[in-house]
Design a protein around this ligand. Structure first.
Ligand code: GLN
Length: 447
């Protein structure tokens, strides 16, 4: 993996930091412990894993793709890292991302862009674009990403890998730097569904340090991976095949649905009438939560502080103007506005009500079907620079992924074909709350 990093990293820039020396030391140490019989090997023992730079690792700089956290070194491990370490993987590096996970292209990183390994003129997706590119290009065996509105699934689709967003509450968020706390989840980004099951298993479970993590038993996810889909009922939401969907993506996803039927599933059309409001609702709720979460970066407690200032207000203003990039500032402005008195009821409260409608749509269809099959994105990977100055178009790319976060559901992205230009296309399988087994089973049979 390190040799591969030497070879392709100068072109792709999947990583903000490659932990070469640390990784070799970890590997030697694991070999030694195994040799002496001090540890029991698991699937993950000695496996090189990449970690998105928004998940705290004790003693390792965690930047969130932001200048404001350039020199931040967490004094503790995130719960997911603590859990992984029990199985002795090799943590090989910190992957690039849109600043504070805000974006869909990894172009909003303070540390430069990442390129898509399938076409280096195109974006890898985002915000976990570094993790997706690293796994796709063999610069890691698997990675952790985070998904607030699609940031695991969309880059997985753009880079032709597997990415799973767990149910809200399945995986602890302790030690994950918050973007939008009611939407964020950490999840696996892997070469295939089996690896996703292994990694999900490793990081799942209740954590007293995260009050939103749910105390619900963790099944052995690898046991749910069956070769066929006998008895599985799959819904095809018609709103996910509406105007704006690239015809090549529609064809690939419809072909995938035929394959699911041949594997024994019964597929039928369903309706999620509030789908059209997903993006608007998300872009009220996520920036509102972000504006509140990002208030902590004031130049006082930790992170960047401006060099010259006259008084406290001036210090705050300069620190935040210099420390945050344009997309983060845009979200803070949006969120501050939608939470301000006089506008709160019209925007934030309204968005919360629509969020409930979106969730109820899913709850209704999940009384009749086990999982849903949809596209991940309306378009294939786009050119670097194409939408970076056009935030509204960039936001619309999230149309098929954000409803899953609003409703707190689980969803996986798996490769299902290519466009004529050899650009990857992803298939999304969505499951109800804590239905990861059904999602994994469907995805495994398909791949
Ligand atoms: N593209 C979405 C956004 O910009 C999703 C980001 C995410 O899931 N972290 O907010």
């Amino acid at each position: 993996v390190l040799a591969r990093i030497d070879e392709v990293e100068p072109t792709l820039h999947s990583y903000i930091r490659v932990m070469k020396e640390e990784a070799l030391d970890q590997a030697d140490h694991i070999d030694e412990q195994l040799g002496k019989g001090e540890i029991e090997p698991t699937y993950l023992t000695g496996i090189p894993l990449a970690i998105k730079d928004v998940i705290c690792i004790k003693g390792v700089p965690t930047t969130c793709g932001s200048k404001i956290l350039e020199h931040f070194v967490p004094p503790y491990d995130a719960t997911v890292i603590q859990k992984l370490k029990q199985q002795h993987p090799v943590l090989i590096g910190r992957t690039n991302m849109d600043e504070f996970a805000m974006g869909a292209s990894t172009e909003h990183s303070a540390y430069g862009i990442t390129r898509n390994p399938w076409d280096i003129e195109r974006v890898p997706g985002g915000s976990s674009g570094g993790s997706a590119a690293a796994v796709a290009a063999g610069e890691a065996i698997a990675a952790l990403g985070t998904d607030t509105g699609g940031s695991i699934r969309q880059p997985a689709a753009f880079c032709n890998i597997t990415g799973l967003k767990p149910t809200y509450g399945r995986v602890s968020r302790y030690g994950l730097v918050a973007f939008a706390s009611s939407l964020d989840q950490i999840g696996p980004m892997t070469k295939d569904v089996f690896d996703a099951a292994i990694l999900l298993q490793a990081i799942s479970g209740h954590d007293p340090k995260d009050s939103t993590s749910v105390n619900y038993s963790v099944p052995d996810y690898t046991q749910s991976l069956l070769p066929d889909l006998q008895g599985v009922k799959i819904g095809i939401p018609k709103e996910y095949f509406a105007e704006g969907l690239d015809p090549q993506i529609e064809r690939a996803v419809r072909n995938a649905i035929d394959v699911l039927e041949r594997l024994g599933a019964t597929c039928r059309e369903v309706s999620l009438p509030n789908t059209a409001y997903g993006v608007a609702t998300y872009y009220i709720i996520a920036p509102s939560e972000a504006s509140s979460n990002l208030a902590r970066y004031d130049g006082v407690k930790y992170g960047y502080r401006t060099a010259n200032y006259s008084d406290l207000m001036d210090m705050y203003t300069k620190t935040r103007s210099e420390g945050f990039g344009p997309e983060v500032i845009r979200r803070i402005m949006l969120g501050t506005y939608t939470l301000s008195s006089g506008y709160y009821d019209a925007y934030y409260l309204k968005a919360q009500k629509v969020r409930t409608l979106v969730r109820q749509d899913f709850e209704r269809v999940f009384q009749e079907v086990d999982v849903l099959a949809t596209p991940i994105t309306p378009t294939p990977p786009f050119k670097i620079g194409e939408f970076v100055d056009d935030p509204l178009t960039m936001y619309l790319i999230d149309v098929y992924t954000v409803p899953i976060n609003l409703a707190g559901l689980t969803g996986i992205s798996i490769p299902c074909g290519f466009t004529q230009d050899h650009l990857p296309i992803g298939l999304q399988i969505i499951g109800g709350h804590f239905q990861e087994e059904k999602v994994l089973r469907t995805a495994f049979a398909f791949q």
